[in-house]
Design a protein around this ligand. Structure first.
Ligand SMILES: *Cc1c(COP(=O)(O)O)cnc(C)c1O
Length: 461
């Protein structure tokens, strides 16, 4: 398209409350970074200028959601907000039963404990940290069945989140379908760069799994962003509403785990949604032990109301166009500047390719961790490592996993930053890129046992 002809999307909202930002001097940032052990998770939010650590729970709620907060029914049992949420989930996702949880991992814990027996295998289209850990803690072994293209940051496949049916079939042949309780399909795939799964692929996987008696569980955390990509990239969906696409996507699965902190425009909340009564019964029993009564699952009534209303707003085409449009804006400008990023640009984040950015560093020198630290030092922008630190260790060999992708994630909170913030970000990344040859690697000096990326500490080499 001729860029001068392009019509801008602009934010489909105006701002009525602001939160001032603080900007530190470079020496102050250096001190903060050392105190945080070169781990952006350990920085204080106050010391951050533009916070792109995550899109999880960092969303700005609308006036309608805040109004809903005031209608919170804080009854211990049977809160009206639970029924509102149940109705919204049934309507938009199409599942029959709802179990609210405090956030996504609460739902992952419950479904993993119910369906996974020790010695079984759980295929998935690339792992997600908490999902895989809950599967492993339940005694399962995760097996990656994503298409090869997902591991290549330069490949332009429009649906890099797709499941490779041959890989799935090879697993079934090797271990037997009875050893596979379910497949997890992430829509979109966070760890691959926010890459979507096509409707055609969901259909194919469903048909294959039905034949072999394997359940399909969606990680629906960013399913509405995925629906946007199906709408814009997959033949035959250009005029279909996001809501209809979402329903169809979910119709090819038996259950979904959900982190409301992403798509659903809230700061806390999640759920497990199911179609099978028996599994629902067990989940409803378990949620009482680990989260709270089955009509609140660790959430306040007001949180459930905000999530129900957030869902209505999230399926609006204007919202999603601006949401993904902002991410694409940054991605395209960085590509124009010659910065190595994962392509195509995903739905919730732009991923810098740290291996290509800092080719002089070996993977054990933590190039992505280093780059995230450097970007904070340059301009107070907080990002996150998604590479060898996040991948953790192989529990058998004790060695690091060595993921092919070594990325820094610039993640965009929904409705929080403006295009001017985006321009500052683009300039800052360019400034780090200009000085890249002088950047030294890191060594890990403290390593926690689980999900080490959250709390690990580093020093400069
Ligand atoms: C955030 C996330 C989760 C976990 O949800 P929480 O609400 O953080 O517990 C699971 N899967 C994906 C893809 C996510 O992005």
């Amino acid at each position: 398209m001729n860029p001068s002809k392009r019509r801008s999307w602009a934010e489909p909202f105006k701002i009525k409350m602001v939160e001032p930002l603080k900007m530190l001097k470079r020496e102050e940032r250096q001190k903060c970074l050392e105190e945080a052990g070169y781990n952006t998770f350990l920085l204080r939010s106050e010391d951050v200028y533009i916070d792109l650590l995550t899109d999880s729970g960092t969303n700005a709620m609308s006036d309608w959601q805040w109004a809903g907060m005031m209608t919170g029914d804080e009854a211990y049992a049977g809160s009206k907000n639970y029924y509102n949420l149940e109705q919204a989930v049934q309507h938009y996702y199409g599942y029959k039963y709802l179990v609210p949880t405090h956030q996504g991992r609460g739902a992952e814990h419950i479904i993993s404990q119910i369906l996974i027996k020790p010695g079984t295998f759980v295929p998935g289209n690339m792992y997600f940290t908490t999902t895989r850990l809950h599967q492993e803690l339940a005694g399962g072994t995760f097996v990656d069945v994503i298409v090869d293209e997902a591991h290549d940051p330069a490949n332009l496949h429009p649906f890099k989140g797709n499941v490779d049916l041959n890989k799935l079939d090879a697993l079934v042949k090797k271990v037997g379908a009875d050893k596979i309780p379910y497949i997890t399909i992430g829509v979109t795939v966070n760890m691959a760069g926010g890459q979507p799964v096509s409707m055609a692929n969901l259909k194919e996987v469903r048909a294959y799994c039905q034949k072999h008696g394997i359940r399909v569980v969606l990680d629906a955390t960013r399913a509405i962003e995925n629906a946007h990509f199906i709408r814009t990239r997959e033949k035959g969906y250009g005029n279909t509403s996001l809501a209809a696409i979402l329903r169809e996507m979910c119709s090819y699965s038996d259950a979904a785990t959900m982190s409301g902190k992403k798509d659903l425009l809230v700061n806390i909340g999640g759920f497990l949604a199911l179609n099978e009564w028996d599994v629902f019964e067990e989940a409803r029993n378990m949620v009482v032990v680990y989260e709270g009564l089955h009509t609140y699952g660790g959430l306040a009534g007001r949180d459930m109301e905000a999530m129900a209303r957030g869902l209505v707003e999230a399926v609006s085409e204007d919202h999603m166009r601006a949401r993904v449009g902002q991410v694409e804006y940054v991605g395209e400008k960085l590509i124009e500047a010659g910065i190595p990023v994962v392509r195509p640009i995903g739905g919730h984040a732009v991923f810098l390719d740290a291996k290509a950015f800092l080719p002089h560093l070996k993977q054990v020198q933590f190039p992505a961790q280093t780059l995230a630290a450097e970007l904070y030092l340059e301009s107070g922008i907080r990002s996150m490592e998604r590479g060898i630190v996040s991948a953790g260790r192989n529990k058998e060999t004790g060695d690091h996993y060595y993921p092919k992708l070594e990325l820094v994630r610039l993640t965009f909170p929904r409705r929080v930053y403006t295009q001017a913030h985006c321009d500052v970000l683009i300039e800052s990344v360019e400034a780090v890129y200009e000085n890249r040859t002088k950047i030294k690697g890191l060594k890990m000096v403290y390593e926690p046992k689980y999900l080490r990326f959250f709390q690990a500490r580093f020093e400069r080499e």
